[in-house]
Design a protein around this ligand. Structure first.
Ligand code: SF4
Length: 54
């Protein structure tokens, strides 16, 4: 299950920019919007702190 670790996320917004279908920013952190988004892997690869897991 696609998940953002709220402890690790630094709120850079890279995942939501790369994959707006899959992630949204809320209160300065990323949250999964659609766990089945095809672009999720790109966001996982781009996260600078490895906060996204699946
Ligand atoms: S790319 Fe990583 S650190 Fe940046 S907002 Fe997304 S989950 Fe948070």
């Amino acid at each position: 299950m696609l998940k953002v670790d709220g402890e690790k996320c630094i709120g850079c917004g890279a995942c939501a920019s790369l994959c707006p279908e899959g992630f949204e920013m809320k209160d300065g952190k990323s949250h999964v919007k659609n766990p089945k988004a095809d672009c999720a892997d790109d966001a996982i690869a781009a996260c600078p702190v490895q906060a996204i897991n699946k």
